[in-house]
Design a protein around this ligand. Structure first.
Ligand code: BG6
Length: 464
């Protein structure tokens, strides 16, 4: 069967500043929570590799862009590092960062690769975290000032902007499940973080539109469809719905519809942990919805009604409302431990079409992290990652089906281009179309999947 995509489809990949740039002497970058956490507890990071190393894109971006071209990219997303551009989080701009991002953007454009720029990818500047990070409303103002600086500096050339990548992750990681700094477990703070991120996004969108620039602005959300154990069991269905409200709709609804789900408002009121909403906030959220939705999809949630006792060692948690269940016989990526469920991508796209006004959207991340890819190196030094080709093509088939049915999906970006550093997992799981040898000055080699992706982009699809 032939899977043909629209001629103007966006083919590319995604990355982020903090995961790729690294730090070099004299670059003027300030500290963010990752730099700080690594100094504090290096043992928490796989093989004790910190964010200072990463893939050296700060030095190698020109070489990387040539490689992107070779693997058929017409677009590429990364993020500006707030702590690189404005080292203290507020105040003075780092001229070396302006020069770097200008060169990076210009080089992409000169090579016919459209830059998509995201503003926030988990990288809170340390001075702002010391004052509470996203729990502090002042961070919203600091973020909007930072966003405006970015629009003014780069908005003449960059036409696709995103306010956040996966804003639910700082909520979950930093304030519920302890996989991001500051590792609190306080739902009241988690709610504040989520509220302020939503407000910051709407205010940045407002600021962007007030500048009258001729691009579009959106948000990138990791959407994890919640499937109930038994569709005929109302308790399971209700549990899956509330998980969907907490982890998807808490950002999807305000971003696209301009309002919070009533179910979420009811829970935070019932628990008496509603954030402080100032006059005019909800109007700003209502009036500044996104032009474009980036969808990151890796895995679904499998949910059943709450059966286990609530953990009394801490206050309320989202999982007081549901339990996870293990789907028998599910397909799994053994390295990352994540379920592989390709149809999930179709279900998300169908949901955006049916329930979110068929918003302009694209797949902004999807990919497969694999540990120990060196064992797949062939005689020519290339990684033969057939599993990644299978993963991407299986998901693309469902994207194709959704488009056939009328979903407004405009592109597919794989996570990621070059293998990159990932939060506490560092270089454990490799995701790239291109391998990076961190023991050999970051030497790049295109994997089999990179060459395959070029044929897909060139042919506007593939046959299978
Ligand atoms: C996404 C993030 O959630 O998943 C990326 O936007 C991240 O920053 C990617 O690297 C893969 O996750 P992980 O934890 O396996 O690196």
């Amino acid at each position: 069967m032939k899977y043909t995509f629209p001629k103007e489809f966006w083919w590319g990949s995604s990355a982020s500043g903090p995961q790729t740039e690294g730090r070099v002497e004299g670059d003027g970058k300030g500290e963010n929570i990752w730099d700080y956490w690594f100094e504090l507890e290096p043992e928490k990071f796989f093989n004790q590799v910190g964010p200072n190393k990463t893939s050296r894109v700060y030095e190698k971006f020109r070489e990387d862009i040539q490689l992107m071209k070779q693997i058929g990219h017409n677009s590429f997303r990364t993020s500006i590092q707030w702590s690189r551009l404005i080292p203290e989080g507020t105040g003075a701009v780092n001229q070396a960062a302006v020069d770097f991002y200008n060169q990076y953007i210009d080089e992409l454009i000169a090579n016919d690769i459209e830059p998509f720029l995201n503003l926030y990818h988990f990288d809170m500047p340390l001075p702002l975290q010391e004052k509470g990070g996203w729990t502090n409303r002042e961070t919203v103002d600091a973020y909007v000032a930072y966003a405006k600086t970015c629009f003014e500096l780069f908005g003449d050339r960059v036409k696709k902007w995103f306010t956040h990548n996966e804003p639910i992750v700082p909520v979950e990681g930093g304030y519920l499940y302890q996989f991001h700094y500051p590792k609190h477990v306080i739902m009241e703070e988690a709610v504040m973080v989520g509220y302020h991120e939503n407000l910051a996004s709407a205010k940045a969108i407002k600021a962007y539109r007030e500048l009258g620039l001729d691009g579009e602005i959106g948000i990138i959300l990791n959407l994890t469809p919640s499937y109930p154990r038994d569709e005929n069991n109302p308790d399971d269905v209700k549990a899956a719905e509330i998980a969907d409200v907490f982890f998807n709709r808490s950002f999807l609804d305000p971003a696209v519809k301009g309002e919070f789900p009533v179910e979420l408002v009811a829970v935070v009121k019932e628990l008496d942990i509603a954030p402080e909403v100032q006059a005019g906030d909800l109007e700003i959220i209502k009036n500044n919805t996104v032009d474009l939705l980036g969808i990151n999809y890796y895995q679904p949630r499998r949910i059943k009604a709450k059966e286990t006792p609530i953990d009394p060692s801490h206050g309320p948690m989202p999982d007081d409302y549901f339990d996870y269940y293990d789907l028998p016989g599910k397909k799994i990526n053994p390295y990352r431990g994540w379920e592989i469920y390709e149809k999930g991508i179709y279900d998300i796209l169908t949901n955006t079409r049916e329930n979110y006004g068929n918003i302009r959207c694209f797949i902004s991340e999807n990919g497969m992290g694999v540990e120990g890819e060196e064992r797949y190196i062939n005689q020519d030094g290339q990684i033969e990652d057939d599993y990644r080709i299978e993963f991407v093509s299986d998901h693309l088939k469902y994207v194709h089906q959704a488009i056939q049915e009328g979903t407004n999906c405009l592109g597919y970006h794989m996570w990621t281009c070059m293998d990159n550093w990932s939060w506490t997992n560092a270089y454990k799981n490799r995701y790239g179309f291109i391998s990076v040898d961190i023991t050999n000055e970051g030497k790049r080699t295109i994997k089999k999947s990179g060459h395959w992706f070029k044929t897909v982009a060139d042919n506007h699809g593939f046959t299978e």
